[in-house]
Ligand binder design. Structure first.
Ligand SMILES: Cc1cc2nc3c(=O)[nH]c(=O)nc-3n(C[C@H](O)[C@H](O)[C@H](O)COP(=O)(O)OP(=O)(O)OC[C@H]3O[C@@H](n4cnc5c(N)ncnc54)[C@H](O)[C@@H]3O)c2cc1C
Length: 272
């Protein structure tokens, strides 16, 4: 849609061009959300897709994903065969209700910064233990993605800060993973998503999303048994269960328990 409050669109060519991001000026990445609804508080957009960042960089430490990497590039990346955990990229992208056109345009940084409960790419990166490199007026800082989202649409970014990239450690990419999603209709927005990671040292992390107001990571020293899993889920703050037209909190809590059990069973070698 036309954004009739916007007076200027600046295509950033280097870091100095990001200096105006702040009150009244937003980062424009793929624009798939920015152009989908009125942005009455904005007068200027700074387009970061002109910065020319390499979408995916593989090195000994793992994977660096530029904020401007598109969902299609992330899902279709040529990753080392030993990175079994990279399957979460395609699964996280497919958890979004998005056409092929949106997948080719929407960016990883946009999905992370939008901080929607149904942020499938955000959830996959949390599940893989990713951290964001943030550029700001006061310098650079790194934020673990498990602490990046505070509430729906609200992040730990301060005024003027821009996500430059996401780093995913090699050891986590080598972990075995499993994924389950449910929605109220076959092509509907996710109602609950659970992603599991079974690390080489035997520990296990379960990441809950879509059902919760922000991604929630449950850590276990080993794959949890049914009782331990149920008790951990029952101990979560009731306010974490999200309420919107895509599912009630009670339904979301219930199906998350079923999905989490199926994820743990798959990581145990039982496919359900
Ligand atoms: C039909 C449709 C269905 C959708 N379904 C889903 C869904 O199921 N789940 C979901 O999560 N989203 C969904 N979206 C929303 C959106 O398309 C995606 O979240 C997408 O990944 C956003 O990426 P983008 O690059 O287009 O972001 P943009 O629209 O460009 O930006 C989104 C927000 O993030 C900020 N931003 C972007 N990049 C950065 C950065 N590097 N640093 C700081 N701030 C930044 C922008 O200023 C803006 O506030 C949907 C959108 C549409 C139109």
């Amino acid at each position: 849609m036309d954004l009739d409050t916007i007076r200027e669109v600046v295509v950033a060519r280097d870091r100095a061009d990001l200096g105006t991001v702040g009150v009244g000026t937003a980062v424009l990445a793929g624009g798939t959300w920015l152009y989908s609804e009125p942005q009455d508080g904005l007068e200027r957009l700074v387009d970061i897709t002109g910065l020319g960042w390499a979408p995916l960089t593989i090195d000994d430490a793992g994977l660096e994903i530029a904020a401007t990497c598109t969902l299609a590039e992330l899902a279709g990346g040529a990753y080392p065969a030993r990175w079994s955990g990279a399957q979460l990229f395609e699964q996280g992208c497919s958890a979004l209700v998005a056409s092929y056109k949106i997948r080719r345009t929407a960016t990883v940084g946009g999905n992370v910064c939008l901080a929607l409960p149904a942020g499938g790419v955000l959830a996959a990166l949390v599940a893989l233990g990713g951290s964001a490199l943030v550029w700001g007026p006061g310098g650079d800082r790194r934020i673990p993605l498990s602490r990046f989202v505070i509430a729906p649409g609200q992040t730990a970014l301060s005024e003027g800060e821009v996500v430059r990239s996401i780093r995913v450690p090699e050891a986590n990419l080598r972990a075995r993973t499993a994924f389950r999603k449910i929605a109220l209709s076959p092509t509907g927005r996710s109602g609950a998503v659970v992603m599991g990671r079974h690390d080489l040292d035997g520990s296990c992390q379960l990441t809950l999303s879509a059902a919760t107001t922000r991604p929630v990571v449950l850590s276990f020293p080993a794959l949890p048994g049914d009782g331990e899993l149920s008790a951990t889920l029952a101990g979560l703050d009731a306010a974490l269960w999200y309420d919107d037209p895509h599912g009630t909190p009670d339904w979301r809590r219930h199906v998350t328990g079923l999905l989490a059990a199926a994820v743990v069973a798959e990581l145990n070698g039982v496919r359900s």
